[in-house]
Write a protein of this length. Structure first.
Length: 364
C-alpha cells in the first residue's frame, strides 16, 4: 500500500512539474487609454546601431530584372505608357543581408540603352551603373550582370542612370527598392510590422501616354507637368490600406525617386526618425512630418496606440490629386484591425453662402 501511495505521489509531482512547464496565458495588457496623447511610447524606440564591420557571408542572392515597355495603371482607368521591371512598377524589391554576394542580371528590352545605378550602396566602381562613365550602356536586346557585396544595412533604391534619358526612364517607372538587413542583429529594435513606400510622380497626358504634355519632361522636371503621384506605383484610392494592431511597433521605409519634395505627414501619431539615406540617427526625434527630398530615403517607426483609421499623406496638397480630381495621389490609409469603426461624417447642413455670391477668390 505504501508503495502504491508513493507511486501516486510521484505521478502527481511529475504532472505538476509538466503543467508548470507549459506556457501560461499572458495576462491582459494594461493599456493607458490616454497614452496616445504624448510621444512617450515613440521615445522608447531605441536607435538603430551603426554597422562597424562586415564580413562576407558566403551566400549569394540572385535577381533578374527584365526591363521592357508596357502599360501601367497608376489610377483606376488611367493607363500610362510605362517602363516595367518584371511586369511591375516599381520593380521587385531586392533584399540581402550585409556581406551577401548580390548578382543582378539586367535584361534590356527597351528600344534605347539604359544602365542601373545602386543608389546609396557602396559598390565597386565598375558596378555603379552610370552609362558613359563606369560602363557602356546596356543596348536593346542585351543583358548586363552586376555583382557586388551588400554593404551596410539600410533602405536604398535602384534606378536608371542612362546617359541622356535618366529622367524619362525614371519618370516612366524604371526603379525599385533595395533593402539590406544587418548581419548582426544584436542591439537592433524589434518591429512587429514593416511597410514600404516608394514615392514617385507621373506626367500623363490626357488619353494616356507619358510625358506627352506640352513642354514634355522639361516642364516635368520643374514640377509643372506632373499630374499623378503614386505610392508603390499606385495613386489613392488604389493604394492598398495598411492594417495594424494596437500595440504594434511599425517600421516604415520611405524612398523618394521623384523630382519633388514630399513632406509626409502622419495623422494621430508621432513617429521616430531612425535613419536617413541608410545611416542610423543617434538620437531619433519624435515627429509627425518628415520632408523627403528627391533621392532620399528614411526609416521611421511609430507605435500603434490610437485606434481608428488614419491618413499618412504628402502635405504638398496638390500631390494628393489625380489629374484635376481630389483626393488622390500620395495618400495612405492606416486602419486598426481591432479598433473602433471610423466616425461617420457630420450630417449638419452647410450654411448658405452670403448674398451676392461670396465665391472664393473670384470677383465679378
Amino acid at each position: 500500500m505504501n508503495e502504491i501511495a508513493a507511486r501516486v505521489t510521484q505521478v502527481l509531482l511529475l504532472t505538476g512539474l509538466l503543467l508548470g512547464a507549459l506556457p501560461v496565458a499572458a495576462q491582459p495588457e494594461t493599456r493607458d487609454p490616454h497614452a496616445y496623447l504624448t510621444a512617450a511610447a515613440v521615445r522608447k524606440i531605441p536607435p538603430l546601431p551603426d554597422t562597424v564591420t562586415i564580413r562576407p557571408t558566403g551566400r549569394t542572392r540572385e535577381y533578374t530584372l527584365d526591363i521592357r515597355p508596357g502599360p501601367w495603371e497608376p489610377a483606376k482607368g488611367v493607363i500610362a505608357a510605362a517602363i516595367t521591371i518584371n511586369g511591375t512598377v516599381p520593380g521587385p524589391v531586392i533584399r540581402a543581408t550585409e556581406g551577401d554576394r548580390v548578382v543582378v542580371t539586367v535584361k534590356n528590352n527597351l528600344e534605347e540603352s539604359t544602365a542601373i545605378h545602386w543608389h546609396g550602396l557602396h559598390v565597386p566602381n565598375a558596378m555603379d551603373g552610370v552609362e558613359g562613365l563606369t560602363q557602356e550602356g546596356i543596348n536593346p536586346g542585351q543583358a548586363f550582370r552586376y555583382e557586388f557585396l551588400a554593404s551596410h544595412a539600410g533602405t536604398f533604391m535602384y534606378h536608371s542612370h542612362s546617359h541622356a534619358r535618366s529622367v524619362e526612364q525614371i519618370d516612366a517607372g524604371l526603379y525599385g527598392m533595395f533593402i539590406i538587413d544587418p548581419q548582426n542583429t544584436r542591439g537592433h529594435p524589434r518591429f512587429d510590422r514593416e511597410v514600404l513606400m516608394m514615392l514617385s510622380a507621373w506626367a500623363i497626358a490626357e488619353g494616356g501616354g507619358h510625358g506627352a504634355t506640352p513642354g514634355g519632361h522639361a516642364n516635368a522636371m520643374a514640377g509643372m507637368a506632373y499630374n499623378y503621384f503614386t505610392i508603390n506605383g499606385k495613386a489613392y484610392p488604389d493604394t492598398p490600406e495598411w492594417t495594424v494592431k494596437r500595440g504594434e511597433v511599425v517600421r516604415v521605409r520611405i524612398a523618394n525617386v521623384s523630382n519633388l519634395i514630399h513632406p509626409m505627414h502622419l495623422h494621430g501619431h508621432d513617429f521616430a526618425v531612425l535613419a536617413k539615406d541608410g545611416e542610423p540617427l543617434k538620437n531619433p526625434q519624435p515627429m509627425n512630418t518628415v520632408n523627403v527630398a528627391p533621392g532620399e530615403t528614411y526609416d521611421i517607426a511609430f507605435v500603434a496606440n490610437n485606434p481608428g483609421a488614419w491618413l499618412f499623406h504628402c502635405h504638398e496638397l496638390h500631390h494628393t490629386m489625380n489629374g484635376s480630381s481630389q483626393p488622390g495621389g500620395l495618400i495612405q490609409i492606416i486602419r486598426y484591425k481591432d479598433g473602433p469603426p471610423p466616425a461617420q461624417p457630420s450630417t449638419v447642413p452647410r450654411p448658405a453662402p452670403p448674398a451676392g455670391g461670396g465665391g472664393h477668390g473670384r470677383g465679378h
